[in-house]
Ligand binder design. Structure first.
Ligand SMILES: Cc1ncc(COP(=O)(O)O)c(C=O)c1O
Length: 366
């Protein structure tokens, strides 16, 4: 046996079948593929953050470890989310938190319940943590099948349910009463991924006081435009948060990102203006796309739109040839081949729509 074969035998078999998540870089395109905030940070924020000397107390000097408890960030977040500091846990993006959640509440012989089509990282984290996955597809690809979710949750192996609202990639927002019914009646850990809550302006965060099994997950990657700094957080009852804290890496959020979160939360007015523009642009773009023949366009409560042309692959290529990068989702459960476009700056959206009209008008070569 050569050394490579030996290494392949040592790795867990379920890891061998995993494909790494690869994010390609396309230079010189209008980037409408990752649901980021297209605007620069609010005026003054970059200067304030980059002008920061690294001083300002323990945990903010770069030759020292960061504050493992992220106290200053939690203080700012507790005001923003109207929760107490011990209701919060911060992470290196929501991606880290999904894995942490499954390493604490999932794992071998346990099952995660999800509602495809939904965010792909839930399945990826399940694989890494050895958690089984059970899937209850969205009705018509967009609506939560509450009865079927509850029925599936009766399986004693199900320990965690993730509901994504607004859902990536469909944009659907689930009714608060449906979410809370699942929280109440399943009795399992229910994580509500609210990555796009600033756009939908809906949240179940106030309900954490009533339900120890409810966790709300948020991120600075979308509305706050900090995707590159990796910052996410969970909101839950103090007891539930403390369970997650046992397995968290002690210094999981670096000092600069902690500071960036604190500074960003001082620029809420600037962000609110950006969010208002993005919301208005989303409405306009969905309505304009919806007027084109041959395109199925899904209603959205987030900053992206799911749509289905007749030949999605050819459309993705034609858009790229015109300089627009959208997410070609391939075959997604229930809905099949679909594309997802993030809403950009107003001038980018105008140009995108012009390109779409040209492609729709001229037909695409498959
Ligand atoms: C629903 C949802 N949750 C979580 C994330 C990941 O967020 P983060 O950048 O904080 O890891 C995304 C990013 O696309 C998302 O769409």
């Amino acid at each position: 046996m050569n050394i490579t074969e030996r290494v392949d035998q040592l790795v867990r078999p379920d890891i061998l079948t995993l494909k790494p998540y690869v994010s390609k870089i396309y230079p010189n395109v209008v980037k409408l593929d990752a649901n980021e905030n297209p605007f620069a940070w609010p005026t003054g924020m970059k200067e304030e953050l980059f002008g920061w000397s690294g001083e300002g107390g323990q945990g903010f000097e770069f030759n020292r470890y960061p504050d493992g408890e992220a106290r200053a960030l939690k203080q700012a977040l507790s005001q923003y989310t109207e929760t107490a500091e011990d209701n919060l846990l911060t992470g290196n993006g929501s991606d880290e938190l999904i894995q942490l959640l499954l390493s604490v509440f999932g794992g071998p012989k346990r099952t995660l319940l999800i509602h495809p089509p939904t965010f792909v990282m839930y399945e990826a984290a399940a694989r890494v943590t050895g958690t089984e996955v059970e899937r209850v597809p969205l009705l018509g690809g967009v609506n939560l099948d509450v009865e079927e979710m509850l029925r599936a949750s009766e399986n004693p192996a199900v320990s965690v349910i993730i509901l994504c609202s607004p859902n990536n990639p469909t944009g659907s927002l689930f009714a608060q009463e449906d979410i809370l019914r699942i929280v109440r009646e399943s009795g399992k850990i229910v994580v509500v991924d609210e990555a796009y809550a600033e756009f939908s302006e809906a949240s179940v965060k106030r309900e954490i006081n009533r339900y120890p099994n409810l966790l709300v997950m948020r991120t600075f990657s979308k509305a706050f435009g900090l995707a590159g700094l990796r910052l996410g957080y969970l909101i839950g009852q103090a007891g539930t948060i403390s369970l997650l804290n046992r397995a968290r890496q002690p210094f999981n959020v670096n000092a600069f990102s902690q500071k960036a979160g604190v500074v960003a939360l001082r620029y809420l007015e600037g962000y609110r203006e950006q969010i208002r523009i993005i919301q208005a642009e989303t409405k306009k773009m969905a309505s304009d796309l919806g007027k084109l023949p041959g395109l199925r366009v899904f209603p959205t409560a987030a900053n992206f739109i799911l749509f289905q042309p007749e030949d999605a692959d050819a459309w993705a290529e034609a858009l790229l040839a015109k300089g627009f990068l959208v997410r070609n989702l391939g075959e997604i459960p229930v809905l099949g081949k679909s594309l997802r476009v993030s809403v950009g700056k107003p001038e980018e959206n105008r140009a995108f729509l012009k390109a779409v009209r040209e492609i729709a008008g001229g037909g695409v070569q498959a």
